[in-house]
Structure formats: structure tokens, C-alpha cells
Design a protein around this ligand. Structure first.
Ligand SMILES: *[C@@H]1O[C@H](CO)[C@@H](O)[C@H](O)[C@H]1NC(C)=O
Ligand SMILES: *[C@@H]1O[C@H](CO)[C@@H](O)[C@H](O)[C@H]1NC(C)=O
Ligand SMILES: *[C@@H]1O[C@H](CO)[C@@H](O)[C@H](O)[C@H]1NC(C)=O
Length: 404
């Protein structure tokens, strides 16, 4: 089933490129005139096997993020399902360099937050009642190079995992995209994603705020960051990453005790020693590969001192069965020393049971848990994910009671 869906994405991609009058490697030359032409070329009449009566426009194509290596990101843009799409904000949904399939923004789109999901036959598109384009315009960016369909003339670029370059490419991509879609250049912008978004989201928001402050740049109206099961603080998460597994009875008390003893270190160079010791003593191979993509950014500091201080709101949500992130997420938030503005309480969808719990902090950070899901919140609990994202974007409280 998953394979069929992944195949669909390739089909989708070739359809888009074939339908576009511009070849994939000539992504506009930067002039306003060429951008207008390129936007028309990016317009999608309809997707293969798309349900009839679609009330929103869709676009897709490439834009150059970095001209020297000709790094270009693939994007898919869906307008809000509204008579006046510009009355709705713009969500920029970004992918990430990562080993898991949550990395691709397009996969997230067709599995979770976009207007269609792919049927089990791998071909039919099914309208998604929980699509985020019911309350926002969504720009899905496949990037950095090496993720999804994004390309570069320099083969080495797929190994590029320096956050600075990724963030700078993303920023330049967004600036170029806004030239192609100038009607959105003053729109409220939210950055969203999962997992590695914990590093890229705060980093990109901070970078946007910095670039906004420089002369000659058209400011991007960054308003918020939505982060699902994010990786945020390498040190703290490394120390606490077995706690969730332990509390979920996935690993034994001995393993977690070893980990606590050996891994309470602050120096990155000691991580490997700690990890090896744990692995050898327990003969367990747990997937820790994703640690190597962390490096310089300190997202929790970016969040507090840069983003929130400038009025950028933040939503962090985690599925309670996520055996890696749920406890570290809470610990990282606590380490930011924020003042609680609204105490830990249950929130609801239209079912009898509690959908999750939520706490808010002065300065605009909200932390919410989602019950009956792990890392794939939007797949397992799409309605809960929809309510979370919509409440956040509209700056309203999560439901206090069951609603109908
Ligand atoms: C870019 O493309 C446009 C439209 O095709 C053309 O008019 C313009 O001269 C080109 N500009 C550059 C700098 O090549
Ligand atoms: C939180 O408070 C502790 C103890 O006062 C301090 O060491 C730490 O640096 C603070 N963290 C932040 C992000 O302000
Ligand atoms: C969001 O809502 C809170 C609480 O009602 C309010 O204090 C804050 O100013 C609002 N923020 C924005 C950007 O509207």
C-alpha cells in the first residue's frame, strides 16, 4: 500500500513535468516577465484521477534556490478552498533531510495534510476532508536537494546537511516563489513540518527575521511555526531519548539505567562513546542515525530569544505514542523557562474521548499532545491534526469540550 502510494508520487511528478511547458532545468531567469510566464506554466489543470469539482487552483514546478550549483527545489502549491484564497494565510510546508519517509513534503501532502489522499490502489485521488487548504494556502517544498524531486548540478549537494545552507536555500527559494506569486508577498506566513522541522523551522524563522531587517529585502510576514514531533535540542534529546521508550515498556529498566548513567554528557564528542557503550552492553541496535543531521543550530534558543520575542507564535505537538520525542519535547520546552499562560488541560475533537492535552506559555508557545498516535499524527489522527493546525493558525483555543 505504501509502495503504491510512493509510486503514485513518481507518476504525479512526471505528469507535472510533462504538463509544464518549461523543462525541469530552466526554472525561470529571475525577471518579472519570466516569472509571470512561469507561473502560468506551473498551473495544473487537473491531476491524474483527480475527483471532479475542485474549488481551488493548484500549481507545481521548479524554482532555483541557489544559482551557482543550480540547486532547484520542486514545489506543489494549493490555494485555499475559498472564494477569496488571499483572505487565508500561507502555510509553507517543508521537507527535511532524514532517513524516514516523513521527510518528503509531497508525501506528507498526499498522505496527510493536502487536498487529496491516494487510495489503496495507488491511483485514485480521494478528497481529504481534513485538508489544511480548507483554512490556508499551502506551499509544499521538496527540499533540500536529495529529498524528493529537488535537483542540483553538483552531485555533492545531496550530502549537504549543514543547516545554514539548507536554511539559506529555503529562504531564497521562498523569495523567488513570492516573485512568481506576488499576490502572496504580504500574506501571513506560517512554517510547518515534522521531525527535523524542530531544527529547520526555528532556524528558518530566525533567518527570515534577520533578512527582513536588512535593507532592500521585501519582508516576509512570518507569523508562526507548527512543529510535529520535532527534534529540537540535540543534547537534551540525546540524554533523554530512551525515557519515552522506557515508559512505554519498549526497553528494559537496565537499558535506560545504563543510558542515564553513560549518556549524561554535555560534549558532543562524548555522544559516540556513550552510544557505543550502551549498544555494546545491550547488543541492541536502535535507530539513532538521525543524530548526525543535527549540528550548529540551537532551536530552543532561536525559538525563545529570536522568534517569540518578535511575535512569531509556536505550536509544538507530539503523538503520545512517539517512543522517541514525546518526553524529550516536554523536557526541551521546560528548559526554555517559559511562564505558563494556560495550564495543562485536556482538549477535544468531536469524539467522546479526550483528543490530547495542551498547555500554553506566555510569548505564544503552545504544546499539545495527541492521543492514539505516535509520530504520524496526521495519518493516524487526521481530524485531530486538522483541529490543531486550524486552531493555531486562527489563534483560537483548542476545544474545551466535545463538539458536534
Ligand atoms: C528572462 O526571460 C524574459 C522572458 O523570456 C526575457 O524577456 C528577458 O530578457 C530574460 N532576462 C534575462 C536577464 O535573460
Ligand atoms: C533556564 O533557567 C536555567 C536556570 O536558571 C538557566 O541555566 C538556563 O540557561 C535557562 N534557559 C533559558 C533557555 O533561558
Ligand atoms: C493570539 O491570542 C492571544 C490570546 O487571546 C492574544 O494574547 C494574542 O495577542 C493573539 N496573537 C495574535 C498575533 O493575534
Amino acid at each position: 500500500m505504501e509502495e503504491a502510494k510512493a509510486l503514485f508520487l513518481f507518476f504525479f511528478f512526471f505528469f507535472i513535468v510533462a504538463a509544464s511547458s518549461l523543462p525541469a532545468n530552466s526554472a525561470g531567469n529571475g525577471s518579472d516577465a519570466s516569472d509571470v510566464l512561469a507561473k502560468d506554466a506551473d498551473f495544473i489543470d487537473e491531476l491524474p484521477n483527480q475527483p471532479e469539482s475542485t474549488d481551488f487552483r493548484q500549481y507545481s514546478g521548479y524554482l532555483v534556490a541557489e544559482p551557482v550549483s543550480n540547486r532547484r527545489f520542486f514545489y506543489y502549491f494549493v490555494e485555499a478552498e475559498d472564494i477569496r484564497p488571499l483572505s487565508k494565510p500561507l502555510i509553507i510546508y517543508i521537507g527535511a533531510p532524514s532517513v524516514d519517509n516523513l521527510a518528503s513534503a509531497l508525501l506528507s501532502c498526499f498522505q496527510q495534510v493536502g487536498p487529496y489522499t491516494v487510495g489503496d490502489d495507488g491511483q485514485t485521488l480521494i478528497p481529504n476532508p481534513f485538508s489544511w487548504n480548507k483554512f490556508a494556502n499551502i506551499l509544499f517544498i521538496e527540499g533540500p536537494v536529495g529529498v524528493g524531486f529537488s535537483l542540483s548540478d553538483n552531485d555533492q549537494d545531496i550530502y549537504e546537511t549543514q543547516e545554514y545552507w539548507i536554511i539559506s536555500d529555503m529562504y531564497h527559494f521562498i523569495v523567488r516563489w513570492m516573485k512568481r506569486f506576488p499576490e502572496h508577498k504580504n500574506n501571513d506566513v506560517y512554517i510547518a513540518g515534522q521531525s527535523y522541522i524542530g531544527v529547520l523551522g526555528p532556524g528558518l524563522a530566525t533567518y527570515i527575521l534577520y533578512m527582513n531587517s536588512r535593507p532592500d529585502n521585501t519582508p516576509i510576514s512570518i507569523r508562526g511555526i507548527l512543529m510535529g514531533n520535532p527534534k529540537m535540542d540535540r543534547d537534551l534529546e540525546f540524554i533523554t531519548r530512551f525515557e519515552s521508550k522506557f515508559r512505554m515498556n519498549i526497553i528494559s529498566e537496565e537499558i535506560v539505567a545504563d543510558h542515564r548513567k553513560l549518556c549524561d554528557v554535555k560534549k558532543p564528542e562524548d555522544f559516540l562513546i556513550c552510544w557505543k557503550a550502551v549498544a555494546e552492553s545491550q547488543r541492541l541496535v536502535l535507530a539513532l542515525d538521525d543524530n548526525n543531521v543535527y549540528s550548529k543550530f540551537c532551536p530552543n534558543i532561536d525559538i525563545k530569544s529570536a522568534a517569540m520575542a518578535k511575535g512569531v507564535r509556536v505550536l509544538i505537538y507530539s503523538g503520545v505514542q512517539d517512543d522517541e520525542n514525546v518526553i524529550p519535547n516536554m523536557i526541551v520546552i521546560k528548559s526554555m523557562n517559559l511562564t505558563i499562560s494556560s495550564e495543562w488541560r485536556p482538549w477535544f475533537d468531536n469524539k467522546v474521548e479526550v483528543a490530547g492535552f495542551v498547555e500554553s506559555y506566555v510569548g505564544g508557545l503552545t504544546y499539545a499532545t495527541v492521543r492514539a498516535t505516535g509520530i504520524k499524527v496526521m495519518i493516524d489522527q487526521p481530524e485531530r491534526g486538522f483541529i490543531l493546525a486550524k486552531s493555531f493558525i486562527t489563534n483560537s483555543s483548542l476545544p474545551f469540550t466535545k463538539f458536534v
